[in-house]
Design a protein around this ligand. Structure first.
Ligand code: ADP
Ligand code: MG
Length: 313
């Protein structure tokens, strides 16, 4: 779609709802999805958005990762100009310059990042969200849900912006059973437990993604138990995801009748409709290391038993 056509379609979508009268922003659910780079945040968030849109919800997805590819599979693999790049280039920015309607009418926005090596990505997220308020995007589009897809493996205060500065009410973390992903989840728990008591977001729970190894689910469950958190959904590693990505589509769009699509629909309901939250109890460094070692030993024992029985982990 041309830039101009995109602008018209977007304005029409905004106008269509702008007659419904203003909504208070508190009735809108603002949800942040965190996780280590490459763990599946954008894939999971986009499939949640697509599942919600398919069910008739109005959704905005804001990519808060300098990689700026959060919403790609909602828009046939197309790139979107980022808020920060557009601000740097144009000064004055209109909604249609920095957004596009994706699958099911999801409003897609990418905050982008600072010039590499200069500036702070967290400040970039604040700048982008401030601009959305200035453009009255939330009042005009009247979303039911706003999903923020946030890179969370960098131990940097900037990435805490969405949970610290009142942008999101609830945060979820995507993790696999890999230690580095668990380590990043534990860091998010540290940030949530620090900021939640003074009004920051609380934790909705863990989204266990890319599950494949036979021990993966028990490992993530055990981590949740140790940290006083809960797992809200289990997403297996799936070829449907990989194939959808090649076509620039979510599983909801490319394989709507698959088991994986059903899993994302259930996950979307769990994330959005169940408002249960917890205050996590992150593990300290030595406790996390000794927990990891316990699991290393367990996997080794399971592996030996499986090998003896002619299988393999
Ligand atoms: P992030 O946003 O956390 O950096 P992405 O969502 O871009 O990660 O996912 C990284 C890669 O992992 C992509 O190629 C994506 O298709 C793949 N992926 C994510 N979740 C799954 C899954 N459940 N099954 C198969 N591949 C997955
Ligand atoms: Mg991403």
């Amino acid at each position: 779609m041309s830039q101009q056509a995109r602008g018209f379609a977007l304005r029409a979508a905004v106008l269509e709802v702008s007659t419904g009268g203003p909504v208070t922003e508190r009735s809108v659910k603002h949800i942040a999805i965190y996780g280590k780079g490459g763990i599946g945040k954008s894939t999971t968030t986009s499939n949640i958005s697509a599942a919600l849109a398919e069910a008739g919800r109005r959704v905005i997805q804001v990519g808060c990762d300098p990689k700026a590819d959060s919403t790609t599979i909602l828009r046939g693999g197309e790139d979107l100009p980022t808020v920060l790049d557009t601000l740097r280039e144009q000064g004055k920015v209109r909604l249609e310059d920095i957004s596009a309607l994706g699958f099911g009418g999801v409003l897609c926005i990418e905050s982008g990042g600072p010039v590499p090596g200069v500036g702070c990505a967290g400040r970039g997220i604040s700048t982008a969200v401030d601009l959305l308020h200035e453009l009255e995007v939330f009042e005009q589009f009247q979303p039911d849900v706003v999903l923020y897809d946030v890179l969370g493996d960098v131990v940097c205060g900037g990435f805490a912006v969405p949970i610290r500065d009142g942008i999101a009410d609830r945060a979820f973390v995507v993790t696999s059973s890999d230690f580095m992903a668990i380590f990043a989840a534990n860091n998010l728990f540290k940030a949530v437990s620090k900021y939640a008591p003074s009004g920051g977001a609380r934790l909705g729970g863990i989204i266990a993604n890319n599950l494949q190894a036979p021990y993966a689910r028990s490992l993530v469950d055990d981590f949740a138990g140790r940290t006083g958190t809960r797992v809200v959904g289990y997403v297996p590693r799936s070829m449907a995801v990989a194939q959808g990505e090649l076509y620039g589509r979510t599983v909801i769009e490319s394989s709507p009748h698959s088991e994986q699509a059903e899993i994302y629909r259930r996950l979307a309901r769990a994330v959005v409709d169940d408002e249960t939250t917890t205050l996590p109890r992150p593990l300290n460094g030595p406790a996390l290391k000794s927990w990891a070692k316990e699991w290393g030993d367990r996997i080794f024992v399971e592996d030996s038993q499986l090998v003896e029985a002619g299988g393999g982990v």
